[in-house]
Structure formats: C-alpha cells, structure tokens
Design a protein around this ligand. Structure first.
Ligand SMILES: Cc1cc2nc3c(=O)[nH]c(=O)nc-3n(C[C@H](O)[C@H](O)[C@H](O)COP(=O)(O)OP(=O)(O)OC[C@H]3O[C@@H](n4cnc5c(N)ncnc54)[C@H](O)[C@@H]3O)c2cc1C
Ligand code: SF4
Length: 520
C-alpha cells in the first residue's frame, strides 16, 4: 500500500508529529511495534511496575563486553511517554550554544533557542503544561505564560521550598504535563496520586503522546495505525536517494509499505538500529550513514536518585513538584555546570526492595520510605563518538557506553547534601532531624546502570555538515531526500533537563517544514 506519509513510532516525537499532520487530507500510515498499554489495576501497582517490570520490553541487548542488557524501555502506543514523569522543561537558551563543562565541551545546536521558542509554546499548550513562568532562574525567555497554573506543593515540599528560598536560592515549581485542576477537584481528570512517575495513568489524565496526540489524530479517517508492526528495515531506490519500501514484521508475516515521506521516530536507540539494519550497496555502513555518525554520540544523562532521610515523616503523595536549578551553570566556587535537582515520584518500600539503598542504622526499608524525600539529580552527559549503538552478528542491539562528566555530578550531590544540613530546625528533632543522603541503586540484580535508557538521545545528530551529522536542520537525512528522524536521536547535546518537551517541540517544528514541503 502506498501512503503520503509513513510515521514509525508513536512516542514523544512520532505521536506529536502525527497530531500536527493529521486532518490535512494526507493519507498517513503509522507503524508502532507495540500495542496499547492494557488498562488494568496493575497500572498503579508499584510491585507490578517497579519490581516485576510488567510493562518493560523483554528484549535483550548487549553491552560493549557482550554481556546481556535488559533495557528499561517500553514499546507501546505513546512510547515512553506512557511511563514518563511528565516533567516538561524547555532547554535553557544557552544549551543551544557551545558550553564548556568540567568533562569537556557540549557542542552548539544548528538552530537557536529563538528558532525553537514558538514550538515550545505550542508543545506546552498541547501537553497541558502546568508551571510558573519566571521562578526558575535559568528558564529561557518565553512568549507567553504557561497554559495552566503550577501544581502546588504538599506541606513537606513547601517547607523545603521555603528553606531553600531562605538561603537565598530560587526553588521553583516543576513544569508538569498532568491534567490537574486544583481549583475544581471534582471535575479534575487527574486525581493527584502517588503512582505517576514510571507508571501509566489509569484514568488517562497524564499528558502522554497516546492520550494527547495519537488518539485525537485517529479521528481522521486518512490516518491508519498498525500496532504490533515492527519496522525491520528501510529499502531505497537504485540511486539510494529515497526510501521506497518499509519492511514490517507483523503477526509472524513480513509486509511491505511505501510512502512519499518516511519519518522514523522509534526512539534514539531503535532508530539507530533501524538505520544500521538498512545497510545496502548504496549505503554500506547503514542507511544515511556516509558520515559514520549513525549510532554514535549516544547520551542518556548522568542521573541519580538520592533519598534524604529525616526523623520526621514525609507524607507527600505527589512529589514531583519542586525543582532547583541554582547550580545548573555552576557556583561561585566552581565555574562549570553541575546540573538540575528535582524529585522522582514518592518511593515506597515495595519499590525500594527492587534496588535497596544502604539502610541507615536502626531503620527498616519501610521506615526509610516513609521518611525520605526522593531526589532526582541530572548532570549533562557529553557526546562521545565511542558511546554508541551498533548491531551484533545476530542483529541484536549493542550499547557501548563509558560515563563522563562525573565530577559535575559529584559536585551537585555534595551541594544537595550541604543544603539538606541547612534545613530549618524542626520543632520535634531540632537540627538532628536530617539523618543523611542515601543513594538508591536502581539497578540491582539483573538490572545494571546502562539499562537505564529513559533519557536516550543523540544517535543521529542534526547539523549543517553532512560529514559530521546524520540529519540536516529540518531533521531530514542528508543523504536521503524523503527520510526524516524526529525522536530524541537528533540532539547534538543532551543539556541537563528532561528531554521530552524538546522532542515534542522539535516534532512540531519539523511538522511545519513538512506542511510546506507537502503543501498542506
Ligand atoms: C520512567 C520514565 C520516566 C521519564 N520521565 C520523564 C520526564 O519526567 N520528563 C521528560 O522529559 N522525559 C521523561 N522520560 C523520557 C521520555 O519519556 C522520553 O525522552 C521520550 O518518550 C522519548 O521520545 P521519543 O519519541 O524519542 O521515543 P519514545 O517515546 O520511546 O517512542 C519511540 C516509539 O517507537 C516505537 N518503536 C521502537 N522501535 C520500533 C520499530 N522498530 N518499529 C516500530 N516502532 C518502533 C516504540 O514502541 C515507541 O512507541 C521518562 C522516561 C521513562 C521511561
Ligand atoms: S491521576 Fe494524575 S497523578 Fe495519578 S497517574 Fe494520572 S496524571 Fe499522574
């Protein structure tokens, strides 16, 4: 079957692009390897989601040494946004330029923040972002307010917010894509529960790509979604200049489709894998890979989850409301960027059992979970050509990665430890309330650090120079006229805030380019 447009993958990139192109008279084929996340009580079970990994792929990849890797990633309509924490940040304006880090240089993007700004605004509207403009000192200039008011803090986080403000810092409310209406709780779609980050939303109130983008697009009879449709490879015309066949494995059979424009959006690792699998006489190193850049510069952020345990309990239900970027660009004592501090969803004992932290003397896991504030720290991961996706002889994904910029992350952790010791005296325990910071090892047992690929990006960077990048500024492959990539692959640098809003905004930018190209 021939279509006007084929989109591969329905996550932050593909789902958003589909939404922008649907309803304009073009026949669009959407190919998604997964199905719908089943709606069931287990959606909100921390045991099912975190311990049993009920929704994660069972695929096995390999690391650089050939050891098996069980990736923490999800194949469903909506992609990883079904499970994300919906913290929807813009990159900082300076992130689009070259930035000097302790661990090396973060390269400039081929477009400026100003080029992206209107699309950030549109993406914030589409994904119902709740936030407070002007509170985050590193926030870039925006052409309008957030579409919805910030999500309020619960008392323990409000107290910490005030403590930090009292120290002269500028804590802020994290921009969140949840459909919460605090002024009208009875009508609010979101019920503000504790199982949001990492879980699918049972009541469809999280702004994920399925709910917000794919489902509405399917109202257009010209849109055809095929689920359980695994794109194996792309084949080109004899010249190698255009994709002519999309080879799909579906229900045990091989099917072939074609489209005037093919948009790959399978996630940074899987998109690289599709391109590498599509090697041919014209593209011997993989499709669109004359530069040998496909799969290289894999980035995933330098992340950690740290539990600050206090003698006072932390009864917070929805914990992801507070952020701190005062050390994003460094501090008076250290001139290099450190990164971003915010929260993960509230950890419970069940979740901790899957990756137990060092237990504080005299504490149980259950008690620690009830008394912890659970921080999420992100430092920038720098692009290294040797951190890369390749395929082994059987065609399995191999992910080779060596961490970098770790000193920045250690500095950030030390800052947090210092801040926790400077909290106001508590009425019950005085200055003794803070017990300490405990690192939660998310990856015990069969899970190892490399498996945490939630923030994967950078494997098909965009740029002006075809020798140093895979995609041009419109995210079109330099070497293939009708092939685009709109997932997180295009990032030339990873910055240190969560990636999804930038993927969504960029998909809207590329959609504008495609509308002009297709005259729709
Ligand atoms: C637990 C968790 C929490 C997160 N929290 C946040 C957060 O708070 N804020 C934030 O900004 N980001 C967060 N992220 C990251 C965010 O979800 C991703 O950055 C984003 O979803 C990536 O978008 P994408 O379009 O690149 O890929 P994806 O969303 O992964 O979409 C890729 C799609 O392609 C499909 N696919 C893959 N291979 C093929 C193939 N061969 N054929 C057909 N289809 C294929 C997949 O099934 C999937 O639907 C989180 C991620 C996780 C896992
Ligand atoms: S109800 Fe709200 S807080 Fe709970 S999972 Fe859904 S969007 Fe998240």
């Amino acid at each position: 079957m021939h279509y006007d447009i084929a989109i591969i993958g329905t996550g932050a990139g593909g789902g958003t692009l589909l939404h922008a192109l649907a309803g304009r008279g073009k026949r669009i084929l959407v190919l998604e390897r997964g199905g719908y996340v089943p709606r069931e009580k287990a959606n909100w079970s921390t045991r099912a989601v975190n311990l049993e990994a009920r929704y994660q792929t069972r695929e096995v990849w390999r690391d650089r040494e050939g050891r098996p890797l069980h990736p923490h990633t999800n194949y469903y309509v909506g992609g990883n946004t079904k499970f994300y924490g919906a913290a929807l940040f813009r990159l900082r304006r300076e992130d689009f330029g070259e930035v000097k880090h302790w661990g090396g240089v973060s390269p400039a993007w081929p477009i400026s923040y100003e080029d992206m700004e209107p699309y950030y605004t549109a993406a914030e509207r589409l994904y119902h972002v709740h936030g407070e403009r002007g509170a985050d000192p590193t926030e870039p200039p925006a052409s309008g307010p957030y579409p919805h008011p910030a999500v309020s803090h619960e008392p323990r986080l409000q107290q910490l917010h005030e403590d930090w403000a009292g120290l002269g810092l500028r804590p802020f409310h994290v921009p969140l894509g949840i459909m919460l209406d605090e002024r009208n709780p009875r009508a609010s779609r979101c019920i503000r529960c504790e199982t949001c980050d990492g879980h699918p939303c049972l009541v469809g109130a999280k702004s994920d790509a399925q709910v917000v983008a794919v489902d509405p697009a399917l109202a257009d009879p010209n849109v055809t979604l095929l689920t359980d449709a695994f794109v194996d490879r792309l084949e080109t015309s004899a010249s190698g200049r255009e994709v002519t066949r999309v080879i799909v494995k579906r229900g045990g059979a091989t099917e072939t489709y074609s489209a005037d424009v093919v948009v790959l959006s399978a996630g940074a690792i899987n998109s690289a894998a599709v391109l590498l699998r599509s090697a041919s006489d014209r593209h011997p190193r993989g499709l669109a890979n004359g530069s040998d850049m496909v799969g290289r510069h894999y980035m995933g952020h330098v992340n950690s989850v740290l539990m600050a345990v206090s003698r006072c309990p932390n009864p917070t239900v929805f914990q992801k409301t507070l952020g701190l970027n005062d050390f994003y660009w460094g501090s008076p004592e250290w001139e290099y960027p450190m990164g971003h501090i915010s929260f993960v969803g509230k950890l419970d004992a069940e979740t901790l059992r899957g990756g137990a932290p060092a237990i504080a003397p005299g504490w149980s896991l259950d008690l620690m979970a009830k008394h912890s504030m659970d921080f999420w720290l992100t430092s920038e991961d720098l692009p290294d050509p040797d951190n890369r996706v390749t395929l082994d002889r059987e065609g399995n994904i191999v992910l080779a990665y060596r961490p970098n910029n770790e000193t920045a992350h250690q500095r950030l952790t030390a800052k947090l430890e210092q801040l926790m010791k400077q909290q106001r005296k508590c009425r019950v325990h005085g200055d003794e309330c803070h017990v300490g910071l405990f690192s939660r090892n998310l990856f015990l047992g069969q899970r190892i650090p490399l498996a945490g690929v939630a923030h994967q990006n950078g494997t098909a960077r965009f740029g002006h120079d075809p020798r140093a990048s895979v995609l041009d500024v419109n995210c079109r492959a330099h070497e293939v006229d009708n092939l685009y990539v709109v997932d997180a692959s295009f990032f030339p640098s990873s910055a240190a805030v969560n990636p999804a809003l930038t993927i969504m905004a960029n998909a809207l930018r590329v959609a504008d380019h495609l509308k002009a190209r297709l005259r729709i």
